[in-house]
Design a protein around this ligand. Structure first.
Ligand code: SF4
Ligand code: SF4
Length: 182
């Protein structure tokens, strides 16, 4: 009967992990040889003394273009955290054509997002059919009081100033038709 092959010694996972940690520590503290240069090898940004600029499309904060919002409530209904609060009322807007009837539209009274609950999933921005919500890369809005993380429509409107311009479309791609109703 053939003998079973001699089993290879197994390196326990914890030793492998320690090896990786030591190698990374060496690359961080001694990036250029035996003289320690932790500031060169370290990848940690010393915030707030230094700040890394986030990518243009980073999900920093949600901004509202109030003129485009019809208070349709779609974003509030789709938000998995229920952290969008909208109130509005019906009002009459001038007719589109001369001699036409005045139109019934929704006027926005309240549009708040509670960023202490938001999980930055982006669903509200995706589902808005009227191009009223946009991501801004701004992220410096921490607060001492958690209640101050509720941003009202005027604050959300201010964030709109920080939304980067859209990149030009690639050649051959289709332009999205805007559905802004007024
Ligand atoms: S990003 Fe997600 S969690 Fe935050 S408000 Fe929008 S839908 Fe809600
Ligand atoms: S932001 Fe968009 S989805 Fe939300 S209520 Fe306004 S129009 Fe509707």
């Amino acid at each position: 009967m053939p003998k079973p092959p001699f089993p290879k010694p197994k390196v326990p996972g914890v030793l492998k992990g320690m090896g990786i940690t030591l190698r990374t520590a060496k690359e961080t503290v001694f990036p250029n040889g035996p003289i320690p240069q932790p500031s060169k090898g370290a990848v940690t940004v010393q915030y707030p003394h230094d700040a890394d600029l986030p990518a243009d499309r980073a999900r920093g904060v949600i901004s509202l273009k109030e003129d485009n919002c019809t208070a349709c409530m779609l974003c509030a209904r789709e938000c998995p955290d229920w952290c969008i609060y909208i109130e509005g009322h019906k009002t009459l807007a001038p007719p589109r054509r001369e001699g036409g009837k005045p139109r019934k539209v929704n006027a926005l009274d309240r549009f708040d997002i509670d960023f202490s609950l938001c999980m930055y999933c982006g669903i509200c921005v995706e589902v808005c059919p009227f191009e009223a919500l946009f991501w801004s890369p701004e992220y410096e809005y921490s607060e001492l009081k958690i209640a101050d993380l509720l941003h009202d429509k005027s604050r959300l409107g201010q964030w709109f100033e920080t939304v980067p311009d859209f990149e030009p479309l690639e050649s051959g791609s289709e332009v999205k038709v805007k559905k802004v109703p007024r």
